[in-house]
Every structure is written in structure tokens, then in C-alpha cells.
Design a protein around this ligand. Structure first.
Ligand code: IMP
Length: 431
């Protein structure tokens, strides 16, 4: 039985929600392994739109187990709200269908405050453009060994000790940023109030998943963000604070690396980025505007306009390598309908030298000039195509060229937000 990891292979917003939903029908367990409610996954099922942040996409399917792994940072109050809003859409969620790893670190209000305060004081070129949801500070506390974790909610003395440890650090930081000290009593009261809501889902996820594996159950590991936002391999420091690449799927839930059988990289047929940082193929012209409008490129979490640009094969070849991608799901091809000419970045010019990868140094990244090859576009609509035969010849040529340049085959082609508008080439779950 295969277990599949889904990772974004660009800067996030590649359309993972739909693909994860599509695959979750074939899976028994859907597990989130990193990130937090900075993610925004949109599912469209039978005309109903579900917007998810922290909940795994499998949660809309009552017969599946959805798991929030220890690699995630969890805002308990946001989760309670998210569960309530999904329930209001008629979806049943309970401890039988949702599990949260006991060792998951919590995002507290102080993390969001710190995130936003630091962004506010940063000079324009040092701003990361974070979602402001406290993701970075929560991960800092995790590696700083001062997190409050889900299991800590069960014992009041432990909870107080954890809070005191965290506040020692945070109050010092807040003083430097001109923020008031943390109101300890209010924070503890809010945590005590939310504790039972969260604890009902708490479980030793590593154990449950290893048992499921032994019983032959299929696990779908659901990534958030994209590999170019990875803390190690992304465009540092303009990245998120977790590992996003496929290797994180194992550590983010507590299974061995051998549990991963297929890595599906989600790739948009062009490129977008939300937030600051280098973006070699960015278009600040009519073509960029058109991609944004046709692709509805606005952040689902922050509402920010996404930056848009041509497909960058250099970056995707790189992310396919760092995540060991076995096949890609190519999304939003229809957004390219009607362009007379399309451009694909095949390398960079850095100070007169041709590069076949993105350099690591931030100043070099900023100086990379994309080298393009041009391809003829197509006028026909590809929206909703369900067979290769429905696609115009030039669209097929574009897809084939993408495969060649990124050195990875297309496993799925998505041609609209509707789950059934998908062309299947290789089933990632096939034995
Ligand atoms: P943070 O994750 O809120 O710390 O934000 C760090 C960077 O990651 C910013 O550029 C955000 O715009 C970006 N980011 C975080 N989550 C997502 C996502 O789900 N999609 C796209 N970009 C994201």
C-alpha cells in the first residue's frame, strides 16, 4: 500500500487543496505535517466552497481520519473557530475523525503580537511579509524549548510552569519592542478555557499512524506552503519557519522515512508569490496583471494580491530534487489560455554567467536575470478538460516541455477548481 506526500513545489498557493481533496478519497488517513493557520486551502466540492487553514483537507470526509501532526504549530482558539465554521457547513467533526498530536506546540496570542510587532519595526527591505499569525515566533519557542504543547494543557501545574518559562523570554523581548508585559493571568485563563476543546482530540499520533501503517492503511501527508518557502531550502530569510519539503512529512508526524512511497509536487503552470523576497520571473506589466486576474491571485489568509510571473523551470527542477518528487500535479493551466506567446525560464544570468540553479546568497538571488524560451500559446479554452484529447496541441506541447525542463513527469493535470476536472496520468496511490 502506498503512502503519498503532497508538497507545494513553488512559493505556495499552487492549488494543493483541490489535489489533496482529490487524493483523500483514496486515502484512509490525511495528516498535516508542518505549518499552521498561515495556510489557506480551498476545496470546492459539488459547488460548496470549504476554506481551511489548520484542519487537514480530509476533514470534510466523515469516513477519513484527519491528523494534525507535531510538525504543525497550532493556534487552539483559531482551531476551535475553524471547526465551528466547518461544522456550520454540515460537516461532522469529532475525536473519531480528528486527532491532534500531543507533542504539537501551541501558537499563543503573544506569538502573533511578536510577529506583527517585529514586522512593523523592520526596515522596508527587511520585512518578510509574514501572515502575521505568529508562525515564526511559535517555531522559535519550539526549538528554544519553551513551547506550551498540547499535552501540557492537561495538567495545570505543568501549564503554569511552561507559561512562566515562556514569559521570561517574551517579556524581555517585548520590553525591547516597546510592548506591555504579558498579562499572565488572562493568558492562563484563556488556555484553561480552551484546553478541554483541544484535549478531546489529543492522541499519540506517531503510535496511531504506525499502527495504521501496519494494518495496511493508506496515509496522505498534506503539506502547506511551498518548497521555496522552506526554512532551509527556500529563499531565506524570505521564508516560513518550518521545513516544507517532503522529508518533513516523516518527522512531522513520527513515522520513518521508509513510510513515504510517492511524493507528489504541486506545480502551478505559472508562478506566484505572496510576501516579500526574490522572484526572478515576476511580471510587473499587463501579462502579470492578466495572470493575477484570470488566476484570482489573492491570498486566502491575508487577502493580499499575489505577485505573478512566468513559469520558472529552474526553481521547480530544484524543488523536485530537494523533495524527491516522483510526479507533479500541474494546476491552473487554463489561466494561460489566450496568451499569444508563453515564456518559460530555463536558466539565470548572474553577472554574465549562466546558472542552472538559484544561488544561495540572497544578494545573488536578487541579481539573477531570468533566461527565457518562448512557446506559442493557444486560443482554445482548456478549462474543465478531463482528457488529453480535450486539450489544444500547443497546451500539450507546453506541458511536455515543462516535464522535460523540470525533469519530472506529470501525474495529474488540474483544469479547474472542481475536483472532477482532473486528468489522471499516474495514480500516486497505485502499488
Ligand atoms: P509566515 O509563514 O506567516 O511566517 O510568513 C512567511 C512567508 O511565507 C511570507 O512570505 C508569507 O506570505 C508566506 N506564506 C506563509 N504561508 C503561506 C501560504 O500558505 N501560501 C503562500 N505563502 C505563504
Amino acid at each position: 500500500m502506498a503512502n503519498v506526500v503532497v508538497v507545494g513545489a513553488q512559493w505556495g498557493d499552487e492549488g494543493k487543496g483541490k489535489i489533496v481533496d482529490w487524493l483523500s478519497e483514496r486515502a484512509d488517513v490525511i495528516a498535516r505535517f508542518q505549518g499552521g493557520h498561515n495556510a489557506g486551502h480551498t476545496l470546492v466540492i459539488g459547488g460548496t466552497v470549504y476554506k481551511l487553514n489548520a484542519l487537514p483537507s480530509g476533514v470534510v470526509r466523515p469516513d477519513k481520519l484527519s491528523v494534525i501532526g507535531n510538525g504543525v504549530v497550532l493556534d487552539p482558539w483559531h482551531l476551535v473557530e475553524e471547526i465551528a465554521s466547518i461544522r456550520a457547513q454540515g460537516v461532522e467533526i469529532g475525536p473519531e475523525t480528528l486527532m491532534i498530536a500531543e507533542n504539537t506546540p501551541l501558537i499563543l496570542p503573544i506569538h502573533g503580537e511578536l510577529d506583527r510587532a517585529r514586522e512593523a519595526v523592520a526596515s522596508p527591505d527587511a520585512k518578510i511579509g509574514t501572515t502575521g499569525r505568529g508562525i515564526g515566533p511559535a517555531y522559535e519557542d519550539k526549538v528554544g524549548r519553551r513551547s506550551v504543547r498540547v499535552a501540557d494543557l492537561a495538567d495545570d501545574a505543568t501549564l503554569e510552569a511552561r507559561i512562566d518559562r515562556a514569559l521570561l523570554h517574551h517579556d524581555a523581548l517585548r520590553r525591547g519592542l516597546g510592548l506591555d508585559p504579558v498579562d499572565r493571568a488572562t493568558l492562563l485563563a484563556r488556555l484553561r478555557e480552551v484546553a478541554p476543546e483541544i484535549l478531546q482530540y489529543a492522541a499519540p499520533v506517531w503510535k496511531v499512524l504506525n499502527e495504521k501503517r501496519k494494518a495496511g492503511r493508506r496515509i496522505l501527508f498534506e503539506g502547506a506552503q511551498g518548497a521555496l518557502l522552506d526554512i532551509d531550502f527556500g529563499t531565506y530569510p524570505f521564508v516560513t519557519s518550518s521545513n516544507v519539503i517532503a522529508g518533513q512529512a516523516a518527522t512531522g508526524v513520527g513515522v520513518g522515512p521508509g513510510a513515504i512511497d510517492f511524493v507528489l509536487g504541486i506545480v502551478k503552470a505559472y508562478t506566484t508569490r505572496v510576501g516579500e523576497g526574490p522572484f526572478p520571473t515576476e511580471l510587473n506589466d499587463d501579462d502579470g496583471q492578466r495572470l493575477g486576474e484570470r488566476g484570482h491571485e489573492f491570498g486566502t489568509v491575508t487577502g493580499r494580491k499575489r505577485r505573478c510571473g512566468w513559469f520558472d523551470a529552474v526553481l521547480v527542477r530544484q524543488t523536485c530534487a530537494t523533495s524527491g518528487v516522483n510526479g507533479i500535479a500541474l494546476t491552473k493551466l487554463d489561466v494561460l489560455d489566450g496568451f499569444e506567446t508563453l515564456r518559460i525560464c530555463t536558466g539565470y544570468d548572474l553577472d554574465g554567467k549562466r546558472l542552472d540553479h538559484l544561488p544561495t546568497a540572497a544578494d545573488e538571488q536578487a541579481r539573477c536575470v531570468p533566461l527565457y524560451e518562448e512557446m506559442p500559446g493557444w486560443n482554445e479554452s482548456t478549462e474543465g478538460a478531463r482528457r488529453w484529447a480535450d486539450l489544444p496541441a500547443n497546451a500539450i506541447k507546453y506541458v511536455r516541455r515543462v516535464e522535460e525542463l523540470i525533469d519530472c513527469p506529470v501525474a495529474l493535470l488540474s483544469t479547474s477548481p472542481e475536483r472532477d476536472d482532473t486528468i489522471l496520468v499516474t495514480d500516486p496511490f497505485a502499488d
